[in-house]
Design a protein around this ligand. Structure first.
Ligand code: APR
Ligand code: ZN
Length: 266
């Protein structure tokens, strides 16, 4: 006997999918704010919630960036040791591939229905799925960045014989992983683009984020206060649920593809 989802929940989800497609079709500039939940179906652990990394390993080291600034050479020399602390995450990130949720966002972009993705994820899965208009507010694990001029390079192939690596571009900055550490300012270029996108956005999808980390969680609040609409895609409630116009209470990989199909028929 297979357990069928109660009619009520399935019917409510189908109504919400209809309404989400209607709101997206009626909007001029749709932006997706993405969190770790979008990559959960790719096997990448989230940070919070029962199986979250911070839940299992304890809160992250909030002095990470401070330690880097104090002694960047030592920070570089400790990179292997740090990676071993989160071996489960590193392993998952190495093997992860985009899931139906990533491809649905790429298709919405191709259809002209999604203008930009602001992602908190560092896993590079949006790029692998083919999305183009992306701002990575917390950086990208496959890149390096100069802390002074924000020039970025692919990690592969960057000379690491001298530690800490000096920026070959501005020659004054030090190069570190592009991933934004706790305590590190969000790179100015990324933050400016997020603010710009949120300013012109009239419909924001909140996909797989617990909406507790700022400044990312501020963007949907700004969109709402300037008259835009919010669509939450998350199997669980978040602090922004009550602000949302539509809630798709399901995993992104299950909820987003039918929204794409509805919009294809518009
Ligand atoms: N589909 C959609 N949402 C999901 C799924 C799924 N399949 N699985 C889990 N979620 C939801 C959870 O309910 C939760 O609300 O994804 C969210 C994940 O929340 P977090 O683990 O807090 O991830 P995120 O919001 O991205 O965290 C923001 O915090 O630690 C920092 O830098 C880190 O970028 C991260 C930031
Ligand atoms: Zn530089």
């Amino acid at each position: 006997m297979t357990l069928r989802e109660p009619q009520g929940e399935q019917a409510a989800l189908e109504r919400a999918i209809e309404e989400a497609a209607r709101l997206i079709a009626a909007s001029r500039h749709v932006v997706a704010l993405v969190g770790a939940g979008l990559s959960a179906e790719s096997g990448v652990p989230t940070f919070r919630g029962p199986e979250g990394l911070w839940t299992k390993h304890g809160e992250p080291d909030l002095r990470d960036y401070e330690r880097f600034v104090e002694n960047p050479k030592r920070w570089w020399e400790m990179r292997q040791e740090r990676a071993s602390r989160f071996a489960e995450l590193a392993q998952a990130l190495e093997t992860a591939v985009p899931n139906a949720g990533h491809f649905a966002l790429r298709e919405l972009e191709e259809m002209g229905r999604l203008r930009h993705i602001i992602t908190q994820n560092i896993d590079n899965l949006h790029q692998i799925a083919g999305s183009q208009a992306i701002t990575e507010i917390h950086g990208n694990r496959t890149k390096l960045r100069c802390v002074v001029c924000n020039h970025r390079w692919p990690l592969d192939g960057f000379p690491l014989d001298e530690l800490p690596p000096k920026c070959p571009d501005c020659t004054s900055g030090i190069v570190k992983g592009d991933t934004v550490m706790f305590g590190e300012p969000i790179p100015r270029d990324a933050l400016d683009e997020c603010i710009n996108q949120s300013r012109i956005c009239d419909c924001m999808l909140l996909v797989g984020t617990s909406a507790v980390v700022y400044p990312a969680a501020q963007f949907p609040i700004d969109v709402k206060s300037s008259g835009g609409v919010l669509i939450e895609v998350n199997p669980n409630e978040t602090p922004l649920t009550e602000l949302c116009d539509v809630v798709l209470r399901a995993p992104a990989g299950e909820a987003l593809p039918p929204v794409v199909e509805k919009l294809r028929a518009v």
